[in-house]
Design a binder for this molecule. Structure first.
Ligand code: IMP
Length: 423
């Protein structure tokens, strides 16, 4: 029986997963999201147009691919409906091949308001949440208060909605929260619920099992990044779901033994949005250069991303917890103009050399760098490995040596075609 391949971000999100899934989709019949929600922003570019998907799996642009929103996802119907209508305007019928797990939890308008109230209450310790209601929805899920997609088919849905909404409003009032949702927001959400009733709602664990039994190829598309994982990220500066490979098992109903290839995506440098440790962050003009050339501004929030050099301590950690079998390096072209490129190979923590990420998020980490001469060549139109500059290949080989995992794909630009497959 076929296995599920999993594609994950190995850093703090924004590694270019959308583009890579889109490029790989031709080899898969099914693409599934298994965690997170509309806090994600997966950018895809083809025919000169950029598309950003927040909730819908990145296989949606391929007319024959089935796209599944798994049980581990938290789903805001208003955002889903909006995304579907934007796709419709581009001539893509997103509902045709979109299957949604009945067990996915619903994000209510009051979850969003609660997110803002809780974040505000944190004062100086803000996480930098995208404020899409992700955290409060997962909180309700684990507290066993949540509403699930399948509940919208039950006759008591309205009553249960009102009960949960009131609970949220009470908490927001206690927190002196910023704002309760507007009537317009709530009306739009209710209209979206009506639409959701007409979509294909499934028991995704059975559906995926059937797809695999039928010999179909399934790709699980991770969101955010491994270093934002609720357990293995720099807690509490993390998202609220398991973004690592194990999350694909719980977020889709897949047995661990049915995981096949684990593709790990990383950028040729690092970025992070929101608060939390970032050992290789650059506060100088080099960091600014990475941000400008790499267009490092959030696809979901528009916030400028923090930028820094590639961190191999963090990358090796992400490879370890995920069991990565193949690496994919993105945005190599962003480094095209740099005369020198640095990579952190170890940390010095309180004067001690280490290869491990310290437990304390406030530890003073000094990265130990290895420096490389930049290739200083425009690689954006290169489509074949043998045409890549030797210095870039040396950089890639160094990463392979340091991680023990082959780099199978190098992305050299945002377009679907700007993808170099290696042997
Ligand atoms: P939340 O998941 O919206 O609550 O945000 C928690 C943290 O994860 C914040 O630092 C966000 O900036 C970050 N985050 C959430 N989703 C993404 C993403 O898709 N890409 C990058 N960072 C993200």
């Amino acid at each position: 029986m076929n296995k599920i391949d999993v594609l994950l971000g190995l850093q703090w999100g924004d590694e270019g997963k959308g583009k890579v899934v889109d490029a790989l989709t031709q080899h898969y019949n099914v693409v599934a999201r298994f965690q997170g929600g509309a806090n994600a922003g997966h950018s895809l570019e083809f025919n000169g147009i950029k598309h950003v998907l927040h909730l819908i799996p990145s296989g949606i642009f391929h007319p024959k691919t089935i796209n599944i929103i798994g049980n581990g996802v938290v789903l805001d119907p208003a955002i889903l409906v909006q995304e579907i209508s934007e796709l419709e305007q581009m001539g893509v019928d997103a509902t045709k091949n979109l299957h949604i797990s009945k067990k996915a939890h619903l994000i209510l308008p009051t979850h969003r308001a609660l997110d803002a109230a809780l974040e505000q209450a944190k004062g100086d310790n803000k996480i930098g949440s995208t404020l899409k209601g992700i955290g409060p929805t997962y909180t309700d899920k684990t507290a066993r208060n949540g509403l699930r997609v399948g509940d919208i088919l039950r006759p008591d849905f309205d009553a249960r909605y009102k009960q949960l909404r009131q609970k949220h409003l009470d908490t927001i009032a206690q927190l002196n929260g910023p704002v309760a949702p507007t009537q317009a927001d709530e009306d739009a959400w209710m209209r979206a619920i009506d639409k959701l009733r007409s979509y294909t709602l499934i028991d995704s664990e059975y559906a995926i099992d059937q797809h695999l039994s039928d010999g179909q190829r399934v790709l699980a598309e991770g969101a955010q990044g491994s270093l934002l994982d609720i357990d293995f990220g720099s807690y509490p500066f993390v998202t609220s779901s398991n973004t690592v490979c194990a999350g694909a098992c719980t977020g889709m109903g897949i047995a661990p033994g049915r995981i096949g290839e684990v593709y790990g995506i990383f950028k040729a440098y690092c970025t992070r949005v929101g608060a939390g440790p970032f050992p290789t962050e650059l506060f100088d003009s080099t960091g600014e250069q990475l941000r400008t050339i790499g267009a490092e501004f959030g696809a979901t929030t528009g916030r400028p991303r923090r930028c820094g050099w590639l961190d191999l301590v963090a990358l090796r950690y992400a490879i370890m917890v995920n069991g990565v079998t193949q690496l994919i390096m993105t945005k190599a072209d962003v480094l095209d103009t740099f005369a020198s490129i640095k990579v952190a190979t170890a940390y010095r923590v309180d004067g001690q050399l280490t290869n491990q990420i310290p437990y304390n998020t406030d530890a003073r980490i000094e990265p130990v760098y290895q420096e490389f001469a930049g290739w200083q060549t425009d690689i954006t139109s290169i489509r074949c490995e043998s045409d890549l500059p030797q210095r870039l290949l040396d950089y890639v080989r160094f990463i392979e040596e340091q991680t023990g995992v082959p780099v199978r794909i190098i992305s050299v630009g945002p377009d679907r075609n700007a993808t170099i497959m290696r042997g």
